[in-house]
Structures are given as C-alpha cells and as structure tokens.
Design a binder for this molecule. Structure first.
Ligand code: OAD
Length: 242
C-alpha cells in the first residue's frame, strides 16, 4: 500500500462520507444495503417531502438519531483525530456525515457540510439551530417556541443550499498558500455535489489527491492515488509523519 507522507510543510484537507461510519454500524446511502434503496429520498430528504409529510420525515430522522447514538466511532475516525492532533491548524475535516462520530472520536476542526442529526431548527423563522438529541415518538411534531412553525432537523436536504460559511472555510483552506496541499477523500461515492468537486479544487491549486474507498467512486479517475479498502483498516496504516 502507498503511504501518505505528511511533513511540516503539508496541510491536509480530508473529506469523509458515509463509508467512514460503515464499520461503526451506520448504513450508507447508496449500494445494495443503502438507505436510499428502501426509502424514497424525495420523501425524507427534501423540503417538499417535509411539507407533504413532516411526521414521516421526523420518524426517519428520529430512527437515524437513535441508531447513530447507539454506535461508537471506529478506528478510521480515531486515525483522523490523531492526525489532527499532530497537524493542528494544518488540518481540516469536511464531512458529509451527520452522525457526529468524528467529534466523538476527538476531531475538532470539523465542517459539517450536510448539517447534523443532533441539531434542530425552525422550518419557518430564523431562530438559531439548537442541539437536540431527542428521539421523538412516532407521529410527534414539535413547534417553534418563537413562531409556532414546525421544527425540522438541521440537515441540508436535496435542493437546498449548503451553508456559505462552511463552503468558505473549505475554500479558504484550499487556497491557503503557506503549505503544500494534500486532499484525501474517504468513504464517499463521489455522487453528490459540491463535495464531489473538491478533488478538482485541490488539483487546481497543485494538491496531491488521495481516495480511500471500499469500491471505486464515481470520480476515482480524478485522484492521483486510489487505495481500495475499508477506512477502519486503511487509515490507521496510511499516514507517515516525516
Ligand atoms: P454513499 O452511500 O453514496 O457512498 C458511500 C461510499 O462508501 C461508497 O462508495 C462505498 O463503496 C464506500 N464504503 C462503504 N463502506 C466503506 C468502508 N468501510 N470504508 C471505506 N469506504 C466504504 O455515501 P456518501 O458519498 O457519503 O446526503 O453520500 C453523499 C450524500 O448523499 C450523503 O451525505 C447524503 C446522501 O444522499 C444527504 O442526505 C443530504
């Protein structure tokens, strides 16, 4: 297996997807046993789906909350947290995952591109999103204290914009001219934008690009290096600190 060399002159941007949590027991979205195989995505992961049947949507995300809360971070999450301890400001983790497992493994510089399962916000007013770990009973709907509108999970659904502040953090890190950029994508199918395009952003500033994935991703050919395997097995052995 090739080694990912990291030295004092390197900064590392990591992008993770559902595959990094698969070994913790969290289902991925696509593929044979994927969540979207048995759940029409437009019903539970779009604003239109929420407007049509908010109870179904809350049931889905309450189940996800319960499942994620019962899982533990795995060796892949822990390896990334360890790299951050060594690299400090020269490390940034952008995740498409909403399960909170990176933070529980000790990662601190985390950009949650798709929001968090454990935050709730108002679907109508601008009240700040708040931490919420409640697993609501089936059929229950919660209303906003301020405007009485329906509350919803603080998750970016299909057809919605990502938080500009999150994209800015990734862009600023990509464009930092002080060090040599390495970009590593882990456990993501490369099917969802804008994250699928980060590899091209990294190449655009001369970065070396790595993919660690159980199967080839849609954009594998955009990477300089592809290591096929499970992240919990590959990541703990991948990095060499020079
Ligand atoms: P996907 O389910 O599309 O892809 C998961 C990828 O992880 C696949 O390419 C698998 O081969 C790979 N994989 C599975 N187990 C692995 C393991 N143990 N180690 C390494 N790789 C493994 O998930 P994402 O790419 O994260 O968005 O999906 C992106 C977005 O699409 C999600 O954030 C979600 C979804 O719709 C929203 O809900 C808004």
């Amino acid at each position: 297996m090739d080694s990912l060399h990291l030295d004092d002159n390197t900064r590392l941007l990591v992008l993770t997807g559902a595959g990094v949590s698969a070994e913790s027991g969290i289902r991925t979205f696509r593929g044979a046993d994927g969540l979207w195989e048995d759940q029409p995505v437009e019903k539970v992961a779009t604003p239109e789906g929420f407007a049509a049947d908010p109870r179904l949507v809350w049931r889905f995300y309450s189940e996800r909350r319960a499942a994620a809360g019962a899982c533990e971070p795995n060796a892949g999450h822990r390896a990334l947290a360890e790299w951050e301890r060594r690299l400090g400001e020269r490390f940034l983790l952008a995740t498409q995952n909403i399960d909170g497992l990176h933070q529980r493994a000790g990662s601190q510089r985390v950009v949650e591109l798709h929001g968090s399962l454990f935050r709730t916000r108002c679907a109508h007013c601008t009240r700040k999103p708040f931490e919420d770990r409640t697993v609501y009973p089936v059929g229950h709907l919660e209303r906003c204290d301020e405007c009485r509108g329906l509350l919803r999970p603080d998750i970016v659904w299909f057809g919605e914009m990502l938080e500009e502040e999150n994209l800015r953090q990734v862009r600023d890190f990509l464009l930092r001219g002080d060090t040599r950029l390495v970009f590593l994508a882990v456990g993501t199918s490369g099917a969802v934008w804008p994250a699928a395009g980060f590899v091209d952003g990294a190449r655009g500033v001369g970065g070396r690009t790595w993919l660690v994935n159980a199967d080839p991703a849609d954009n594998t050919d955009r990477f300089h290096h592809f290591v096929q395997g499970r992240s919990g097995e590959v990541l703990p052995r991948l990095a060499v600190f020079d």
